[in-house]
Design a binder for this molecule. Structure first.
Ligand SMILES: [Zn+2]
Length: 308
């Protein structure tokens, strides 16, 4: 019901884009120079629940590829991209028998939404348009998980005491009440915790006689990944560093299983890191993506050359 209402409203709002996307329209830039432009929906930035809502997929699945929800946890779990043609074919059955429509949508692995807002928009593959999201996927996603796992691994008291003992310094926030009891933590606060967390846990022993080196390595490379992913421009070298960081994380993550903290790593936001490494190049993003794209060729060049 909510899904249909959301898509119906956006469908109405986006309707003018169908014609001008194909035929173009005159539009002035910031200097007052008039261009013939084709305004197209090229990217959709949102957190995971919003990605699920927009792409009509089922919760727990990847909005970009065909990876199964219980197979999201290895470093090579990025599967072939979702087939927009199969989805369009399923959606075209909406005017016929509802059971047939529902079955077709199930086969295409989407929810039976009567009219997704994007189905008439020109040159759009909604699955490719979903962008990486540093705030929700990394700071408020993967890193939030990591903090809760560290608190379980080392204990609330130890983590909080070490936070309180930090020496005041520039660009370091002292969490005088510790970090384990924080609620509604903002992305900025997670970024602040990221600056000091490695120093806090560096020499704590793990219970049960486990060697902490695997855990430290997993946290360190995840922080590397987060900082690399935030660079305004990503080169081929950065891309290989992203790959390396992710693969070292996957080699060491099982320490959390050995400690009894996790059973698996089927976490969509963690899986999103795999696709982030390939989509970073084409969808970067924070500074320049939401600009006016003057020609079709410019738009097409935004598609990822690295995704399969
Ligand atoms: Zn995927």
């Amino acid at each position: 019901m909510i899904f249909n209402l959301f898509h119906s409203c956006l469908h109405y709002l986006m309707k003018p884009l169908v014609d001008v996307g194909i035929n173009g329209t005159a539009m002035a830039d910031g200097m007052g120079v008039v261009h013939h432009v084709h305004p197209l929906l090229a990217a959709y930035a949102g957190d995971y629940p919003e990605q699920v809502l927009v792409t009509c997929i089922k919760s727990g699945e990847c909005p970009k590829c065909h990876a199964l929800r219980n197979k999201l946890d290895d470093s090579e779990s990025f599967k072939e991209p979702r087939d927009i043609q199969a989805v369009d074919d399923a959606l075209a059955k909406v005017s016929g028998d509802y059971q047939i429509f529902k079955r077709a949508c199930k086969q295409a692995r989407i929810k039976p939404i009567a009219q997704p807002f994007w189905d008439q928009l020109p040159f759009l593959n909604i699955f490719q348009a979903i962008t990486p999201d540093i705030l929700h996927q990394l700071h408020q996603g993967v890193f939030k998980h990591i903090i809760s796992w560290l608190v379980k691994a080392f204990g609330r008291a130890e983590i909080d005491m070490r936070c309180q003992r930090l020496i005041p310094n520039h660009h370091v926030r002292i969490f005088s009440g510790g970090i384990s009891g924080l609620s509604r933590v903002t992305g900025k606060e997670h970024a602040m915790i990221g600056r000091v967390i490695l120093g806090i846990i560096a020499d704590i022993g793990l219970p049960g006689g486990f060697d902490a080196s695997r855990l430290l390595r997993a946290v360190r490379v995840l922080l590397d990944f987060m900082y690399l992913a935030q660079l305004p421009v990503i080169s081929m070298q950065h891309l290989s560093l992203l790959n390396e960081a992710l693969s070292v994380f996957h080699q060491n993550k099982n320490i959390f299983v050995d400690l009894g903290i996790r059973d698996s790593f089927n976490i969509p936001k963690l899986h999103a890191c795999i696709r982030k490494r390939c989509s970073s190049f084409c969808v970067l993003l924070r500074h320049g993506f939401f600009c006016i794209i003057p020609h079709f060729s410019a738009f097409i060049s935004f598609y990822c050359f690295f995704c399969p």
